[in-house]
Write a protein that binds this ligand. Structure first.
Ligand code: THU
Length: 142
């Protein structure tokens, strides 16, 4: 049983802080993501990510996927929750379709997701609600 506590407000504030580091010179739409990762020994650690754009637009990586890639690359792959902050929109902006697919690879359907813009409204949902009827097919590689 995991001892990882989930403080979604704190996770969201880390996502907001991270959004300062977004590299978004083209869209001017900064996104910060914060993953609550389990270190396997009962402690939690927050891993952040930002959107990183490129002049070849299709190479842009979203904040959510940048957080996942950063975490996996330091040996963390159990994620309990995700926060996404989009301070350049008033209303909440949820993860894009590509990110939902990637999140579903590493997060359980009941893992919590919180997202919000600069306004008061925050959406609190789950990976399963964001990505229902997941394409869970066994490739025999795990
Ligand atoms: N973006 C994200 O980082 N995450 C999302 O889920 C939605 C979109 C980024 C990509 C691009 O740099 C900017 O927001 C505008 O689409």
């Amino acid at each position: 049983m995991s001892k990882v506590d989930i403080d979604l407000d704190k996770l969201f504030s880390e996502a907001l802080k991270a959004s300062d580091f977004a590299y978004a010179p083209y869209s001017k739409f900064r996104v910060g993501a914060a993953l609550l990762a389990d270190d396997g020994e009962g402690d939690s650690i927050i891993i952040t990510g930002v959107n990183v754009e490129n002049r070849s637009f299709g190479l842009t990586i979203c904040a959510e996927r940048s957080a996942v890639v950063k975490a996996i690359s330091i040996g963390l792959s159990s994620f309990k929750a995700l926060a996404v902050s989009t301070p350049d929109s008033v209303d909440p902006v949820g993860p894009c379709g590509a990110c939902r697919q990637v999140l579903s690879e590493f997060m359980a359907p009941d893992a919590k997701v919180i997202f919000g813009g600069s306004g008061k409204e925050k959406v609190i949902t789950t990976v399963g609600e964001l990505y229902p009827f997941d394409s869970l097919h066994d490739l025999g590689s795990k």
